[in-house]
Design a protein around this ligand. Structure first.
Ligand SMILES: [Zn+2]
Length: 100
């Protein structure tokens, strides 16, 4: 089954949830010292739940949602939120962060 892509309008709904989820993963890992995989298995993500509501597709990794956004641009930088220049960009032109 192909992964459903998000339109701009859907992305506007998902994006703030995704930012919150990303922060949640980070603080959870800092507090508990667990790895990313365990954090993903343990936490529940509102962005993923909303994505499921919109598309009917179960995505358990919120990081993957960045890649499901349909756009002419690349995904947003996970560090500063700036849109990467192309979907294939390997780093952010704004802050220089590499795309995980
Ligand atoms: Zn950036």
């Amino acid at each position: 089954m192909p992964i459903p892509m998000l339109t701009d309008e859907e992305w506007e709904v998902i994006r703030p949830l995704l930012w919150a989820d990303t922060k949640k993963i980070k603080s959870y890992r800092e507090e508990s010292g667990v790895g990313l995989r365990e954090a993903l298995d343990t936490l529940r993500f509102r962005a993923c739940e909303k994505y499921y509501e919109i598309t009917g597709f179960r995505e358990t990794n919120p990081n993957a949602l960045w890649h499901h956004y349909l756009s002419l641009y690349g995904p947003e930088c996970i560090n500063c939120g700036h849109l990467l220049r192309t979907p294939k960009a390997s780093y952010c032109a704004n802050c220089g962060a590499s795309k995980n």
